[in-house]
Ligand binder design. Sequence first.
Ligand code: XMP
Length: 323
Amino acid sequence: TWTTGNVIEEQVALIRAQVGDKRAICGLSGGVDSAVAAALVQKAIGDQLTCVYVDHGLMRKGETEQVEKDFVAATGARLVVVDAEKRFLDALAGVSDPETKRKIIGREFIRVFEQAQLEILQEEGPEVAFLVQGTLYPDVVESGGGTGTANIKSHHNVGGLPDDIEFELVEPLRQLFKDEVRMVGQELGLPEEIVQRQPFPGPGLGIRIVGEVTKERLDLLRDADAIAREELTAAGLDREIWQCPVVLLADVRSVGVQGDGRTYGHPIVLRPVSSEDAMTADWTRMPYEVLAKISTRITNEVKDVNRVVLDVTSKPPGTIEWE
Ligand code: XMP
């Protein structure tokens, strides 16, 4: 019979057999899959695992702390945090084309991650031979089912490392669906905020600012996003809503009136969607009172925002993210 306990026990044994007394590296993204994969491997091999978290400065409020503090507290994992905010912001300066932003963020991410791998390798010796990935069953099916080779989550690209070192993949979630991964994560004692986290794009808030990405704009969007998330959770809508991107139209200014005078602020877009798999989606018909509360709070509490609008486009034709 399928129980989370059985899955954990079985995977722990398999991981131990695969890794032996060698070492493994796992990149954490802040998401469910990498966190659960890391927690399983940590349970199996303890300090033979080193986790790496690249802080690109594009995360939502509190998410980096969740990894740094809560994940570590829950698992006891060894974690290397690379503070790369400045590097990412420098690389993104002056760029507002969506695809270019995505390419820059992806490129910088791989470079920073590989540099961290190299440093761990130099410190711990070449017996670091395993790379942990949170590949799920649907990813396996989508990529043709190969084992230990390339898949659609492409962070195992290890260019820049010495030629004679090849990472073998450890993929303890290969047989699991998302809801099962969440159950395993819960059983392993991971924080609720990580286990129940809704989908969030790798490029983070970088693709939720329409226009150039700057620190000020990121901070503003983080504040607005935190309010929206807080109110959606308080209203009990986290399950009904697949995800709710909060988008800053940084290049748009609209006229408002606040206090005694007219303001020129930026609009914030709420994009709540209902979906089964993100391939198609519909905008969520959520209660007006919740929308009203979010709107009032964001315009009152977030500087330079004087308007909140609701995206009522299904996918297709609109994608879930704005960029
Ligand atoms: P779209 O915008 O294409 O998004 O309708 C579909 C789903 O994918 C997420 N998304 C990403 N996830 N890296 C990710 O890991 C990305 O670059 C990325 N872009 C979009 C999006 O949040 C939605 O769940």
